[in-house]
Design a protein around this ligand. Structure first.
Ligand code: FAD
Length: 385
């Protein structure tokens, strides 16, 4: 059995690795000639880590993961802690650590595990055709490939999605812009092994420790869609958006490297229930695009891959039957994640300012118990518990 996998992102590579581990042969096609991940880093929560462990990459993810021991929310004006607590109870309850990782390092880990030379880069999928025997894909250069089934992990702008749904699924602007990048750990900005978030005015500034004494940082600001992006004014823009914020935030803006700072207008897609058409299955952001507010989009793609391979290997009624079972398992879980992230996004970014103010007040009496319980519930909803 041969799978064609479209996309060499987190979803595509995880699926190719998971399928090969179960004895399927795979061929991966990626549109770009060279991978340049959008976004500096990503948090792989224990549900994602457990899946990577199951795929044989446990030691590798541990080696590139940051050491995140405590979590804190600070007041934006004076950096006084609203709440600050250990993450050890989470690790103990779910049985695995979370790992914030540099995105390029995660991407390289997956690609190297599979074998970079086996991936066909510069191959952009433009058309899909299938019959009862298999699937044929056509690329931009006119070339074609055949397989028994197709895993389309071609991201949020998926060309396979309208083929599967037979209609468009528009992306929805979530109402805020995110800037992200990496800086050297500096205790004047935040404690080295803490996930620190400064909150106020419906904005946030967050720092997570990644490997080699670096922080992954991000700024969120509610803004209209389509504002001009100008790297030359990036620091001045951030200084303006974060005027009156505490010295740690000003130091972060002074320190960051504008040439490697990304600016992303955050979107998601209303969840839908069809991931599969015959022998073609959507996976990762192609199937469920979420805002990053609970840090689960990439983790969900890895979960998809593990579930997909497990079902294909353990059922014998044929590809189409197995893909339907994959769809049944994953639509419920990923709808929940997308809607949870959307809700968190709205509270964090002052869609309803009173609700956001109430959340800031709630943080003042938070012992960590409620926040960790919420994180654990999300994690334990994953396929490996
Ligand atoms: P992608 O990473 O988009 O990969 C798709 C691949 O397909 C790309 O390489 C692309 O070039 C290729 N491709 C596209 N079209 C074609 C085509 N026609 N033919 C061939 N190839 C094609 N998730 C987390 O788990 N934790 C986090 O902390 C987190 N933080 C985030 C922060 C931000 C700011 C953002 C924007 C997202 C974040 N996410 C996070 C979400 C995560 O980045 C995505 O869910 C994840 O990258 C999805 O992986 P994917 O493989 O499905 O898609």
């Amino acid at each position: 059995m041969k799978a064609i996998v479209i996309g060499a992102g987190i979803g595509g590579m995880s699926s190719a690795i998971a399928l090969e581990k179960k004895g399927f042969s795979t061929q991966v096609f990626e549109a770009v000639k060279e991978m340049k991940p959008v976004g500096a880093a990503i948090s792989i929560w224990p549900n994602g880590v457990k899946c990577l462990n199951a795929l044989g990459m446990g030691e590798k993810i541990k080696a590139i993961g940051g050491d995140m021991r405590t979590m804190a929310y600070f007041d934006y004006r004076n950096a006084s802690p609203l709440t600050q607590f250990s993450m050890a109870p989470l690790v103990q309850r779910v049985g695995e650590k979370p790992y914030p990782v540099v995105r390029a390092e995660l991407q390289n880990m997956l690609i190297d595990h599979y074998g970079k030379s086996r991936i066909q880069f510069g191959m952009r999928l433009v058309a899909i055709d299938q019959n009862s025997e298999g699937v044929t894909v056509t690329f931009e250069d006119g070339s074609q490939a055949q397989g028994d089934f197709l895993i389309a992990a071609d991201g949020t702008h998926s060309v396979a999605r309208p083929y599967v749904l037979e209609k468009a699924a528009p992306r929805r602007y979530a109402g805020y812009v995110n800037w992200n990048g990496l800086v050297a750990v500096d205790e004047a900005i935040a404690p080295a092994s803490q996930w620190t978030t400064y909150v106020g005015e419906g904005k946030r500034v967050s720092l997570m420790p990644v490997s080699e004494q670096r922080f992954y940082f991000f700024f969120d600001v509610p803004l209209p869609l389509g504002l001009a992006e100008n790297r030359e004014t990036l620091k001045a823009d951030l200084k303006n958006y974060f005027a009156g914020w505490c010295p740690a935030v000003q130091t972060l803006i002074d320190t960051l490297d504008v040439s490697t700072t990304n600016r992303v207008e955050i979107h998601d897609i209303d969840p839908f229930d069809q991931f599969v058409k015959g022998r073609v299955a959507l996976l990762g952001d192609a199937a469920h695009s979420t805002t990053p507010d609970i840090g689960q989009g990439g983790c969900a793609a890895i979960e998809d891959a593990v579930v997909l391979a497990e079902i294909l290997a353990s059922h014998s009624l044929g590809i189409e039957d197995s893909l339907q079972r994959y769809q049944q398992r994953r639509t419920v879980r990923t709808r929940d994640l997308v809607l949870k992230a959307r809700k968190r996004c709205e509270v964090t970014h002052a869609v309803n300012p009173q609700q956001t103010e109430a959340w800031y007040q709630e943080l003042r009496s938070e012992t960590g118990e409620r926040i960790l319980a919420g994180l654990c519930e999300t994690i334990e909803g994953g396929p490996l518990g």
